[in-house]
Each structure stands twice: as C-alpha cells, then as structure tokens.
Design a protein around this ligand. Structure first.
Ligand code: LR7
Ligand code: MN
Length: 654
C-alpha cells in the first residue's frame, strides 16, 4: 500500500501523555506491561534494557535563569536592527570576489558588528509567555569547515548575548579540517577571551558535518545539546522556549523558526511560521505549508509548538542522553546531507515500527518521540545557493549515498520512491545508457558461423539459466516455463554470483520491473503461470509457436510448458511471452497480439468458480474449437457448458 495519503489517526496530546506515563510506570514497577490497549502501530515498544524513556531531570541539575539583556543598537555601524547592508558601487568588484569565498556577501558581513542588534520578530503572545523557572543547561555545538571569521563569531556572540547565562553551559566548536588561517591559532587565542567557556576541537581530516557533530557532542557537558550552523544569529528569547519543551519531556526534539539572513545583504528576514519540514521523492528536505489539521490540533494558536514531520537539520536542541539513546547519527554518512531526515524518521521512545507512522506526521515517529518547531524561538541562518566548499568524491556521490542510507534503513518499500527518482541507481547501482550522438555499425547475420561446443541451445540455455537463477527471483519461472529445455541443462555453481548480489546489496528483480522497466514484457503481478486446459476436451491452449498476429491454437496437453504456458496477469491479460490473447470481434478469431497493457481487446476475466474465461469487451466466453479438426478455440455466448470451462489449477494465487 503505497498511498501516502491514507487516513491516519491523530491522537490527542493527553492520549499520548497517558500512554507514555503508563509505559514509564510499568517500567518502574519492572513488571510485564499490558500492550493490549495500545494503538496497533505503536505496540512494539521493545525498549531495550532500560527503555527509551528518560526520567525527569533531577531538580539539582536545573538552573534558575533570567532573560538575557536586550542587545542595543549601535550607532554608525551598518546592518543594525537586522537591516540590509548595501555595498557602494565602487566596492562592487571586491564584493563579488569575496562572495566566491563563502558563497555569501562576506564584505557585508565584515562591515556588520559581531554584536549587531536585531528586531524582535516574535509574536506579541510569545513575549508574554512564562517559561519554567528552572531549566536545564545547554552546550551549543557549532561545526564548520572554512567558515568566515565574522559569520562564525557573530554566531558565537549572538549565542552569548542572547542566552540566559546560567543556561549556557559552554560553546563547543568543531573545526572540520579547515584550511583558513583565521581558524587556526587566531581562533584558539580569541576564544580564550570569551565570557562563556568555549572549547575548540578539530577533526583529524575532513570528516563532514555529521561526524564533526558527533565529535562535538562527545564533549558536551550540558544537559541539552543545541546544534547551530556556523553562520547563524540567535535572537531575543531564542533559547528558553526550546529548553522549556525539553524539560517537560526529554524525548522532545525542538527546532527554532529558522529566519533568513540574506546571503547578499545580510538583512534579517523573518521566515513564515506556517511552514513545516517535509521531503520530496529525491529525499531533499523541503518546506511545505502546515496543513489545517495541525493548525487545528494547536487550537489555532500560532505560538504553540508545531509538530513537524522532518527538520532542516542544522538548528535544533535535544537532550544529551536522548541524543545517544535514539542513535545519534549514522556515522557512515559523509560531508553533508541526509542526516536530518534520518534523525527525523527515527526520533522517539518506542521501538521502530514502520514508515507508515510518518503519516501521523509529527506525532509518533518510527521510533516514537516528538519533533517540533517552536514558533516563539527564532534563529537566523545565512541561506546560500551553493556550497562554498568541496565534496571529496563529488557532491552527487556524497548526497546520493547519504540519501540511499536513509532509504535503506528507514523507508521500507517507500525507499523505492527514492530510487525511482534517481534511476542512476540500478539494481546494484550504476547506469546503462544509449548515447544517441555515438554511432557504430555492426554486421548483423542470420546464423552464427562458428560452432557452439555442446550445441547452441545447450550453451545459450546454460547461460540464460545462470542469469535467471541469480537475478530474476520469482520471474525465473517465466523463463523455465516458456523454455523448458533450460531445465535439463546443468546451471553449474552460481553461488559466487549470488554472493556478489548480496555483497552489492542489490535490489530485487521486482524493484527493477517496477522502477527501471515498468513497460517490460514480464508481468509484474500475475495470478497464474502454466497451462490452460479445456474441461471437456482436456486439450490445452497452444500458441503453436506462432508469431504475433497468428491465431491462438489448441493441442494435446503435453505438460512441457513452452507453447502451452500462459500467464494470467493482474491486468487481466492472458500472456504468452510478449503476446496476449486478443479478440477484436465477437465472432473471433482469437489472436496472439503484442501485449499493449491497455486492457481493451486484451482483457479477460477468469472466474475460478464457473471456470469461464470471459472476454470483457464482447462479453463472450472462450469456448473449445467447433470441431475436432479445427484446432482453434472460439468466442461464444456464455452458456456454462463444459466446453467453456478452463482449468488453471496449479498455484493459482489471487
Ligand atoms: O564537510 C563539512 N563539514 C562541516 O563542518 C561540510 C559542512 N560543515 C559545516 C558547515 O560549515 C556548516 O556550519 O556544517 C554546517 C552546515 O553546512 P552548510 O551550512 O554548508 O549547509 P546548509 O545550511 O545547506 O545545511 C543544512 O542541511 C545540512 C544537511 O546535512 C545540515 O543539516 C545543516 O545543518 C543544515 N542547515 C540548516 O538546517 C539551516 C537551515 C537550512 C535549511 C533548510
Ligand atoms: Mn548552513
């Protein structure tokens, strides 16, 4: 069932809370937990030894806090109050040059104060909200590769300036093998002067943002890990709404609204609170409009936390222990991409169920938990069109690999959508193309001039049988049925090729038919494969080896397959090889015509009870030949006679 628009049940907050409480209580009592009254798709909560539910923070671990003081605008510096910086014409050349370095207007960034003021973009209602007086501490983790000085430092300063100081345990910087002078000794010295403990770690070699974050997370001392990209600006009151959600429930993962810092002017532009995270078939993260049902769940309150199916990935807060409980990150992912969806799919306190849970969007995910956007928290981010840095191995290779890891592990059969959108990835990867600008001639001949030791048929059957055994899965039966001679030829040892298929983690032949070659002559789904025998005469339908366009024949049943093998498909075709039974007229004849897959004259309904084969277009039934010397079945008005009964007995699978 691949219909992603299926109904889903949304559970209320209370139901959800109630269930979690029940599980937590059961765990504490250490007795068997009665699962019977839980929703079916959530019951498999085998939570391991200690379970995924974390106890509330001990009070001693929480901190009293007060909002950070307002960052006042400074006179005479550009960009104050988040305004755009416009570069004078005479500096345009320098500006464009500098743009190349980071793919944003570095000249503008360098002109703006590291402590620049911003407008308060929050809803009025947010400003009036009261948050718990005791909150957990957080370590802010910032990873970077070749980040510019001023954007990195503004990320750091905006964090320091706008976080309640008792809640900001430390800042952890991870330099992912940058090559810039200013990120060396200069940075090391600079961070010593900061008013908040700031530690710098460096990866040994370029490891990508995912493994860099794992390195940073390892050193976190705060209760909560807050990740930020290295070109952000935190706004007033950004932190306390995030920590408030986590103190209530440590399995909640929270994102701020990510506002836009213009890559050309560094203007601070408020983003919509009406979008949430989604993704397309290529597994690209995308913003989509929040649906009505989520607005309703929040009682129309636009300041209430918004449950989101996925997150952008760069800016979020998560309980430190929970981060590891749910599996931190996939260490096999490189440089950039995929990790945000991977984490989105996996959050939560229950055992992984299936991707169908994604339909209850934002609620209970594959492993439970809740992923939210908290609209009262705003952080700006410099969005850019291109990455400024290199992707060792190539952007495509890296991004496709990361996405494929998401598809493989988390998406069940929906992973096929990903592969379908990236047909470059075939059964085992790679692409096969015809290049129409390249022409080479070849002498085609009717027969091979050289000998085939063992005989042509034997050799070809042997090779094809090997192919069928290793690659065709169930579809090999088509080959053997239509070509029974192949059954008598030894296939030899195919175990090494099968091991190869395993090793390369190749997809199924069904997948190949569905995604690469849906027009194939191999039916994707079929009810029956075998002979079709007349109940009265005990003769079988037979193609008589005729080519397309020839009439359908009959013959004594020989049980050898070949010309007497037919497939009855779910598209209601009766197929022999690439031809289908086709009747253009109520009085026949019945011909074998190249299958077109469009039903029409090729649609037949087999009734397992009456055993009739009814031609849909004419409403007539397939009948035995009129006399014994004409070996051609015909169409007749349906009359339930034995001559109209046909047996498809073996393995009829509805
Ligand atoms: O090899 C690298 N090593 C790194 O340390 C490559 C990148 N990085 C750093 C980089 O310096 C930056 O600080 O990783 C951070 C993210 O890279 P960006 O800023 O070049 O990428 P992005 O803003 O397009 O990335 C978004 O998607 C990524 C997918 O892997 C990550 O999840 C980013 O954190 C994420 N950023 C955001 O969510 C901000 C909002 C963007 C959107 C939508
Ligand atoms: Mn970024």
């Amino acid at each position: 069932n691949k219909n992603l628009n299926n109904d889903y049940t949304i559970k209320t907050n209370d139901e959800y809370k109630g269930k979690k409480a029940a599980i937590a209580a059961a765990l504490q009592k250490d007795e068997d937990f009665d699962e019977t009254n839980l929703e079916e798709n959530e019951v498999e909560h085998d939570m391991g030894d200690d379970g995924l539910i974390l106890p509330p923070y001990p009070k001693s671990q929480l901190r009293r806090w007060a909002p950070a003081p307002f960052v006042k605008p400074q006179e005479e510096t550009p960009g104050e109050m988040g305004k755009a910086v416009n570069i004078p014409i005479e500096q345009e050349k320098v500006m464009l040059e500098k743009f190349q370095e980071n793919q944003f207007n570095l000249l503008a960034s360098d002109m703006i104060s590291l402590n620049r003021s911003l407008t308060d973009v929050r809803f009025e209602k947010c400003k009036a909200k009261r948050y718990p007086t005791l909150l957990p501490t957080t370590s802010v983790v910032i990873v970077f590769h070749n980040e510019a000085w001023t954007t990195l430092l503004r990320t750091i300063w905006s964090t320091i300036n706008r976080s309640p100081r008792p809640l900001l345990k430390e800042i952890i910087l991870v330099d992912d093998a940058s090559e810039k002078e200013h990120l060396g000794k200069k940075l090391e010295e600079y961070i010593k002067t900061l008013p908040v403990s700031t530690r710098l770690f460096r990866t040994e070699s370029r490891s990508g943002l995912i493994r860099a974050r794992l390195l940073g997370a390892k050193h976190v001392k705060g209760d909560v890990i807050t990740f930020l990209d290295a070109h952000c600006e935190c706004t007033e009151g950004w932190l306390e709404p995030l920590l408030s959600r986590i103190v209530e429930d440590r399995s909640t993962v929270v994102c701020p609204i990510i506002d836009v810092i213009s890559d050309t002017t560094f203007e601070y532009i408020q983003a919509s609170d009406m979008t949430w995270g989604g993704f397309n078939w290529k597994l690209n993260f995308r913003w989509y409009r929040v649906p009505e049902r989520e607005m309703q769940r929040r009682g129309g309150d636009r300041t209430a936390p918004l449950r989101t199916p996925t997150m952008a990935g760069g800016l979020f807060a998560i309980d430190r222990e929970y981060f590891y409980k749910i599996g931190s990150y996939d260490e096999g992912m490189d440089i950039w991409g995929g990790e945000n969806l991977e984490m989105s799919f996996r959050l939560g306190p229950y055992k992984c169920t299936s991707v169908t849970n994604i339909k209850s969007a934002a609620k209970v995910w594959q492993c439970g938990g809740v992923l939210e956007i908290v609209p009262c928290s705003h952080v700006g981010h410099v969005f850019r069109d291109k990455s400024p840095y290199s992707f060792p191995g190539g952007v495509q290779a890296v991004v496709l690999k990361n996405a494929a890891r998401v598809a493989e592990v988390w998406m069940d059969e929906w992973g096929e959508f990903y592969y379908a959108m990236n047909p470059g990835v075939w059964m085992c990867g790679g692409t096969l193309e015809i290049a129409p600008c390249s022409h080479v001639g070849h002498v085609f001949r009717k027969t091979t001039p050289y000998s085939f030791p063992g005989g042509t048929g034997r050799v070809v059957n042997h090779n094809n049988a090997r192919l069928a055994e290793v690659w065709l899965d169930d579809w090999k039966h088509f080959y053997y049925n239509i070509n029974p001679g192949a059954l008598n030829v030894p296939v030899g040892d195919v175990s090494e090729r099968k091991a190869l298929r395993e090793r390369l983690k190749c997809k199924s032949f069904r997948w190949y038919l569905e995604n690469i070659y849906p027009e194939s002559q191999m039916p994707l789904d079929y009810y029956y494969l075998g002979e079709i025998r007349n109940a009265e005469t005990s003769n079988c339908l037979d193609t008589l080896g005729g080519k397309a366009g020839q009439p359908l024949g009959m013959g004594y049943c020989h049980g050898m397959g070949g010309n007497q093998v037919f497939a009855y498909t779910k598209r209601k075709q009766i197929m022999s090889d690439d031809n289908c039974l086709d009747a253009a007229h109520p009085r026949g004849p019945i011909k074998l015509i190249r299958c077109h897959g469009m039903r029409g004259n090729q649609e037949w309904t087999y009734d397992t009870k009456s055993r009739t084969i009814k031609h849909t277009n004419t409403g007539m039934c397939l009948d035995k030949p009129e006399s014994t010397d004409v070996w051609k079945p015909v169409l007749r008005s349906c009359d339930r006679s034995r001559g109209q009964q046909w047996l498809m007995q073996v393995d009829f699978k509805w």
